[in-house]
Every structure is written in C-alpha cells, then in structure tokens.
Design a protein around this ligand. Structure first.
Ligand code: ADP
Ligand code: ADP
Ligand code: MG
Length: 453
C-alpha cells in the first residue's frame, strides 16, 4: 500500500483524489500556486506545499517543483488528475525515473495515444473502426486536397496533438478548405506548440459516446459502460450522462469490446477512455483515447458503484482488478452538469470574481464535486469550472427531474454562471426525449440565451 501520494492538480479533482486517499488510509500532499493559497485542496490535504506563481507554467505545470515536493515529503506516487500534466509523457517518465509511481499509464502509452495519427494507425491494425481519413500527418495543402478528393466533403481538419476541442475546423466545400486548414493549424501551433495536422471525414451531427475502461498490469481489461457527452459547445463537453439512451445491448457490447481491443492493442494500464462518434445509422468510429481520469468520470461511478480514483491507485500499486466484466452491473441513469463561471450572454466568457453567497443542493443521490466555498475568490488563471452537479436515479426521466430540482436549488451569487442554460437544457423536449447529438447546442443556443436575457 502507498503511504503517501502527491496530487499534482488543483480544484475539484484535487479534492476528489484527496478524499479517496483519506478513505484508503493514504497520506496526501497538495501542491498549490500563490493564487491558490486559500484553496480548499491546500487546506484538506494532510500537507501542502507552495510550488510557484499563479501562472500554470510556474506552478501546476512546473515538473521540477512538483517532483521535488514529492521527494521532500516522502511520497511514493503522484496523481496528475486531468488537464495540466496528466497527459504529459515527459512528466510521467520523469516521475518514474525519480523512483516514484505515476498514477496513470506509462509515458510511452501517453505518447502513442497523444499522437492522434499514430493512435488511429494502431486502431486500424487492431481492427477497431476509425473515421475515414489520414493515414499520416498532412505535409502540404496539396496533399490535403488529394486526400479530401478521396474521402469527400464534409471534412474535419484536426491537430494530431489536440485536446480540449481546440485545433479543429470543419470544411463543407472546396472553397472552405484552405481557410479551415490554415486556421486550425495556427490554433494548434498556439495551443499545443505542435501544428501536425490530420484530416477526418466529418461525421454529420453524430453522438459522442465514450467508454470507460480499467486495465491492470496483469492483462485484465474491463469496460464500465459508456457516457453520452453529445451536449457540447465548440467541441467542449457541458453535460454528460450514463448510459447512452440510444445504445441497445448488442451495440453496447460491440462498442465495449472494441474499447477493450483499443486498450489491449497498446498494452494500456490504469483508467482510460475510448471516445467514439456514433452516426444516426448506428455506425461508430474511434476518435481518440484519453489516457487519464476524465472530468465526467462520476456518472460512471454512480451507475457502476465503482470508485474510479481508488481503482487507479490500486492499479498503480500493481494490484490486480478485483472484479471481472461479468461482475459489473450498471444500474439506473446518472447525469452530470458542469457549472462554469462564464457568461452565456457574452459568448461564455470566463468570469473570475468573488462568491458571496453559496448554497449547494443535496438530497438522495445528489452529488456535488466542487472546490468553491462562500467568500471564495475565483482566480482568473485557471479553468472556469466551479462545480460538477451529479444525480443518479432508476430511470432517465427521474434523473432529469432530480437534476431540475437540484439546479433550481443551487445558489452561486457574485459571479455569472451557465446555471440557467443547464436548467433550460433539462427542459428541452428534444433533450428529454433523448433526441440530441453534438449539434444540439448550436441549434438551441440562440433561444436559450435570449430567453435567459
Ligand atoms: P474531458 O474529456 O475529461 O472532459 P477535456 O478535453 O474537456 O476532457 O479536458 C479536461 C480538462 O483538461 C479540462 O479542465 C480542460 O480545460 C483541460 N485541458 C484540456 N486540454 C488541455 C491542455 N492542452 N492543457 C491544459 N489543460 C487542458
Ligand atoms: P479533443 O482531443 O479536443 O477532445 P476529439 O477528437 O475528441 O478532440 O474531438 C472533440 C469533439 O469533436 C468530439 O467530441 C466530437 O463532438 C467532435 N468530433 C471529433 N471528430 C469528429 C468527426 N470526425 N466527425 C464529427 N465530429 C467529430
Ligand atoms: Mg476528446
């Protein structure tokens, strides 16, 4: 058993990991930036170390400072959470080279999956369906034109190192291709310092369906059902649910088995997510694998009853999974809303500020994962997510009703949030019926913002 773990993150996910450590009898060390000296993660961990300035590069992305803090406090492992260094292979390798365990897959696996062109090639070899498109990085615009000639419009130009929905542009006609390519490439360069691009057929208005997998060091791989994350704005998820209403048992099993294939073909270990787009005819295609815990992991925990953070820690300790695929029983429906400090009236611009009144909803099967508190100052340097509101109920309709009730109870005064937009979604007929895909927000955003004005 690990005696002590360092958490290389902030916000709600740092709290989530600290809580798992406490329950497992493992000591926890928080790291924090100067902007986070009053943050809850720094207060709730057994120990806390300031690792640098407010800017992420000076603190939460400062590998040396984090590893030094772990060694100085006698930690045996580092949990990276999501975002920040969680998908940084150099960090994973450095952690292991310093004699610590990285709670996640090896640096080599992070590299392989983080390079989306390489990941696609591995999936093709493993016979997992991928979206028709590039077999290698696009070397020139002329090469892109040739490829598009083959696969046909519409297409999506994507960054091979992409993440967080950035570095991708659609093109529906030849006249849009150049512009899409140049802007996606420039965005990729700015966001990831890497402008390797590839191209996929654009699957028109698909559902985003992803499978949670767990893999230990003994070749056991299981999937814990799926999450429907189709409610997105600019390719970024806003709310997620599990299970996905449109999957029947046969499709679920086929996609789940392909997710396992995806994990096995790269020798994956730890928790991971295999993302697919699903079209209206029931065809599905691999888009990427996320080699970390995800923001939306709680919906899977609610329906499976399995604590994913504890499993990640156990796997990193080289313990075998304590259950098989047959043991996994999924119950009911879970929905998660991401409550963000952002202004829907102004293109969802982030809203730093002071929270002067706060009330979180409660009740049977209502869960709030959050790092904010009354009189908390939201620093402007980090992600705008304030809380995740998660509900669980026997049926989807009951889960929707519970979410409506929970959202109407939630009070966050002092900053503008997306709370009303989420409440509105919960009342949309198409959402309630389960008739939605990744175009939902685009279709409904205008009316939502106007009605909330
Ligand atoms: P998920 O599938 O878990 O929702 P996201 O792509 O939304 O994943 O990203 C998870 C978190 O990581 C978000 O908080 C997001 O802001 C952050 N994130 C995504 N990409 C990056 C990046 N390149 N650098 C830092 N943080 C990132
Ligand atoms: P990221 O690493 O930024 O999360 P993804 O490849 O997972 O990038 O794509 C983000 C989102 O973009 C997906 O959730 C989906 O909504 C959309 N998307 C990605 N690829 C396609 C595609 N080929 N066709 C249609 N939509 C896509
Ligand atoms: Mg993705």
């Amino acid at each position: 058993m690990f005696k002590k773990i360092l958490i290389a993150n902030r916000g709600e996910i740092a709290l989530r990991i600290i809580r798992a450590c406490k329950e497992m009898g493992i000591g926890s060390v928080a790291v924090y930036s100067t902007a986070d000296k009053n943050a809850l993660h720094a207060q709730l961990a057994d120990e806390a170390i300031c690792i640098g300035g407010e800017r992420p590069h000076d603190s939460y992305l400062n590998m040396q400072a984090i590893i030094e803090a772990a060694l100085k406090t006698g930690c045996e492992a580092i949990h990276p959470g999501y975002g920040f260094l969680s998908e940084n292979s150099e960090f994973a390798k450095l952690v292991e080279a310093c004699g610590l365990k990285f709670i996640g897959p090896s640096g080599d696996i992070i590299d392989a999956m983080g390079n989306k062109v390489e990941a696609r090639e591995m999936m093709i070899k493993a016979q997992v369906p991928v979206v028709p498109g590039s077999r290698e990085i696009i070397k020139s615009f002329e090469e892109l034109e040739e490829l598009v000639e083959e696969i046909g419009y519409p297409v999506l130009i994507k960054a091979s190192a992409g993440g967080g929905g950035r570095g991708m542009r659609k093109a529906y006609h030849a006249s849009e291709l150049k512009e899409a390519y140049t802007t996606a490439k420039a965005e990729a360069k700015a966001a990831f310092g890497n402008d390797d691009m590839y191209c996929e057929k654009l699957i028109v208005n698909p559902k985003h369906v992803e499978f949670q997998i767990l893999a230990d060091h003994f070749g056991h791989v299981v999937y814990l059902g799926e999450r429907d994350c189709s409610i997105q704005r600019r390719n970024q998820k806003m709310l997620e649910e599990s299970p996905c209403k449109v999957l029947d048992e046969d499709l679920r099993q086929r996609m789940g088995e392909d997710a396992i294939k995806a994990a096995k073909c790269c020798g994956y270990t730890s928790a991971g997510t295999v993302e697919f787009v699903l079209d209206h005819e029931g065809h599905y295609y691999f888009i990427e694998m996320n080699t970390r815990i995800q923001v939306e992991h709680p919906v899977t925990e609610m329906v499976s009853g399995i604590d994913l953070i504890k499993e990640q820690i156990r796997i990193a300790q080289r313990l075998p999974l304590s259950f098989t695929q047959e043991d996994i029983k999924l119950n009911g429906y879970a929905i998660e809303c991401r409550i963000n400090a952002e202004d829907p009236q102004h293109d969802f611009a982030p809203q730093p500020g002071h929270i002067h009144t706060l009330h979180f909803p409660g009740g049977f099967n209502v869960r709030v994962d959050s790092h904010i508190y009354q009189d908390y100052d939201i620093p402007p340097y980090y992600d705008s997510m304030l809380a995740k509101l998660i509900v669980h109920a026997p049926t989807r309709l009951e889960a929707i009703k519970k979410m409506r009730s929970a959202l109407s109870e939630l009070v966050i005064d002092g900053v503008i949030t997306n709370q009303k937009v989420l409440f509105y979604i919960m009342h949309q007929v198409d959402y309630v019926r389960g008739h939605f895909d990744t175009s939902f927000m685009e279709q409904h955003l205008k009316e939502m913002v106007e009605e909330n004005g």
